[in-house]
Design a protein around this ligand. Structure first.
Ligand SMILES: NC(=O)c1ccc[n+]([C@@H]2O[C@H](COP(=O)([O-])OP(=O)(O)OC[C@H]3O[C@@H](n4cnc5c(N)ncnc54)[C@H](O)[C@@H]3O)[C@@H](O)[C@H]2O)c1
Length: 455
């Protein structure tokens, strides 16, 4: 489908896609930004067939308009791929067109799945975030549009790589969505407009809370003997900083991002506390509790309180305080946000100054509606820079807690701790980026003892 305003033939596009790496960015900047395929169908390849990736395919299918089909799948574990395929096939029938020869396994499966697509189709990246830059680089080379889950980086070096790849994808006119779905929420958008219009006065404080039991791969029992280190650390990505950014980057990014959105800025430094308490035989690298004080350039603070601990009070909410009162950015989960503003700083139901108050469509579906609309109507659409910035702000807070030092945005970005160098060359049998000690335990952060290194 070519845009009426920017007609381009399929032959022209394929010829331009074959340009050399050095010549491509400049030359392709002149190529019209269009979704091209022989018909209107947008084909998807799912890379990382776990909970979120499978959900993302359903969200893509929820969008009305010309057909969307899943045509290829990739994972490193057969049970994950098969379970995802069976569930999607049961729910969506013919829209899932993935015969066995388009289901790929292994650390190189991503490339074979993307090879099934044509320029302008969409690669869904829902693996642990460590692999984002490896997979995104390949998608850019193949001129694919992308939906990638958050976080998109885990440390300074991977952030630099993704910033550069993001710029390259913009230059090529690729449409890229990043799974910070709250940014697509209608209630939060309306609150943002209220704040910009001065409904709360100046923002003076933001607070984010995510506190619950241990979930996902937060804690990990020692590696089973019949599994390689690489597979084990990849699978249990919330446990290991190189593969998932740990619980801090993975769990807390949404609250950090929505608070920074309302402030319309990223913090310049972080100062933090955290600790490990009840760990049993768990060998993960996480702290149970994090309390991070972020500071914006104008001195305003954002406090992020995160905890994974059974038996304690739960919380899942973000708030903004302005000189005129308090706003609930979101409460009780990501959606519905039920955003509202109170006169004063108490959640007093008799003093509501503004409330969104309407039905809130799922932001997981809205982010797909926005991405597919951009692809079909050739609108500029690229969320990578913002996704990297949000990811880097998680790295800054996590690093501050893990080192016990104040960490600036620039220090986080320019830090030389490359947690998984050469990830593009590793496979299931490679030595893992993190090695256990003789006691079978992996290095954990020790604030005050390891200088500016997290481990
Ligand atoms: N936006 C949200 O609200 C939200 C919610 C949940 C998860 N996520 C994000 O989605 C991503 C996946 O999380 P999940 O909960 O689906 O985890 P998951 O473990 O259920 O799924 C991850 C899948 O990726 C596969 N995988 C790992 N490395 C791979 C590789 N190199 N190549 C191919 N496949 C690989 C795993 O085997 C697994 O099937 C994470 O980045 C997570 O933060 C986002």
């Amino acid at each position: 489908m070519s845009s009426p305003s920017n007609p381009v033939t399929r032959r022209e596009l394929l010829r331009s896609a074959g340009l050399s790496a050095t010549g491509s960015a400049l030359a392709l900047a002149a190529v019209p930004h269009v979704h091209v395929s022989q018909d209107d169908t947008i084909r998807l390849a799912l890379i990382g067939c776990g909970g979120r990736g499978t959900g993302a395919v359903g969200d893509a299918f929820s969008v009305e308009g010309p057909p969307v089909k899943l045509v290829a799948m990739a994972d490193i574990f057969p049970d994950r791929l098969n379970g995802s395929y069976d569930g999607l096939k049961r729910s969506f029938g013919d829209r899932v067109d993935v015969p066995e020869d388009r289901r790929f396994l292994g650390y190189d499966a991503y490339a074979r799945a993307m090879d099934c697509l044509k320029p302008g189709d969409v690669a869904i990246m829902a693996t642990p975030p460590a692999f984002r830059w490896v997979h995104f680089r390949y998608a850019i080379a193949k001129r694919l549009n992308v939906f990638m889950e958050k976080p998109v980086t885990v440390d300074g070096p991977s952030s630099k790589r993704m910033f550069a790849l993001g710029e390259e994808s913009v230059a090529k006119g690729l449409k890229v969505g990043v799974g910070l779905m709250c940014r697509h929420c209608v209630a939060r958008k309306a609150l943002f407009e209220q704040i910009r219009a001065g409904a709360m006065g100046d923002l003076v404080l933001l607070r984010g809370y995510r506190m619950h039991d241990q979930i996902g791969y937060f804690a990990s029992a020692p590696k089973p003997a019949d599994m390689s280190e690489m597979l084990y650390q990849t699978q249990r990505f919330h446990s290991f900083l190189w593969s998932g950014g740990g619980a801090y980057s993975d769990f807390y990014i949404h609250h950090i991002d929505e608070c920074c959105w309302m402030k319309d800025a990223w913090p310049v430094q972080a100062h933090a506390l955290g600790g490990r308490h009840y760990r049993g035989d768990s060998v993960d690298q996480n702290f149970d509790a994090y309390s991070v004080e972020y500071t914006f350039a104008d001195g305003t603070k954002l406090y992020l309180e995160g905890r994974c601990m059974r038996g304690c009070q739960n919380a899942f909410a973000s708030y903004a305080h302005g000189t005129k009162g308090l706003a609930i950015i979101s409460e009780n989960g990501h959606a519905p946000a039920r955003s509202r503003i109170f006169k004063g700083h108490l959640k007093d139901p008799t003093a509501v100054a503004w409330a969104y108050g309407q039905r809130e469509p799922s932001p997981y579906q809205l982010e797909w509606a926005d991405l597919l609309d951009a692809i079909r109507n050739n609108k500029p659409y690229n969320e990578v820079k913002r996704g990297v910035e949000a990811s880097l702000v998680t790295v800054m807070g996590r690093m501050a807690a893990h080192t016990g030092q104040t960490v600036t945005y620039e220090q986080a970005l320019n830090h030389d701790h490359d947690m998984a160098p050469d990830l593009d060359k590793l496979n299931a049998d490679s030595p893992a980026p993190l090695q256990a000690g003789p006691d079978g335990k992996y290095p954990v952060p020790e604030p005050g003892r390891k200088g500016m290194r997290e481990y």
